[in-house]
Write a new protein. Sequence first.
Length: 328
Amino acid sequence: MDKSSSTASLASLCEPPVEWVSSADTTASWDVFMPETPSRAGCVSPPPTLVDTDPATARDQFQPRRRHSVTVLLRPTAAQLDLPNILPRPFPCREGLNKTAHVSGLLVHGCHLQADGWQEIVWGHPPARLGRLPQAVLLAQEEDAKVVVLGTGASQASDGRLEGQFTLDFLLERLPKLHDFSALQRYELKDLQARVRRTFTAEQRSQNTMQEVKAAFRIWTAHGVTRGFLVSSPTHLPRCLACACEAYADANGPIFSGELLASPSETCYEGFEARDVVVVEPPHRGDRDKALDELPLHTMIRRSLKIPPEHKVAFHREFDRLVSQFDV
């Protein structure tokens, strides 16, 4: 039985939602996560190649595990950077694994308190659609997280509470309602409540996403975290990832050398979806029109974000008029 045939046979046993999790050292294995919802069906395809695993015993070394949250590995630990086939892969469920292997921490990115539909973004729509907070509770329970950071200090409630504290208080008030979400009913309510009270903490000094990520890195490091998760909405997470990767590489920033992963909630900004997010990359393709290199679009868009507030309406109108000239 060769390696390719064992991969195919294992994949044939994977019926959604199933995740193959190694009972041995996960750095010498592979894992397949088949998401529950059709919109997430493209996370892993085709199945990855086995890494340092004996095909003859592969079936015995993997057990199917149910998992409700979705996580995507962004960056492995420094020690894993040279391992083959380490990216991309979803993160395996911790249930059944050696819980001393990693110390997990979460950052739940803050949502401006005056944002449209704030409660729906943060809490969600029971029983199926988890907002940022119940998604974080679920992931923290699955991961046996040591610390969960709630940002930020960038907005303020009418009573003076900053964003991070207001969000934490909002969650504490709704602890009895966690079982309104089907995905959380697999855990005892008292255990979920104890998890939140024990590990969730408000971070109130950061004023933007970059500062928020760096603050979380410091808190994670202080708690010995070796595997960090970013939790936010699909309409926000791409920018969070960019900031986290930049902070990760900042030699003058807080040191965090563990794995970095992302876990999207199931709620977006009000009236928008993930497909409404536009990412403009620097020019890089070999078949591009190189005459445009002297007018890089990503740079011009970055410049436009610095236009003073009092001139933004006029700029947007002028930009719309200009683009309309090209029938788009």
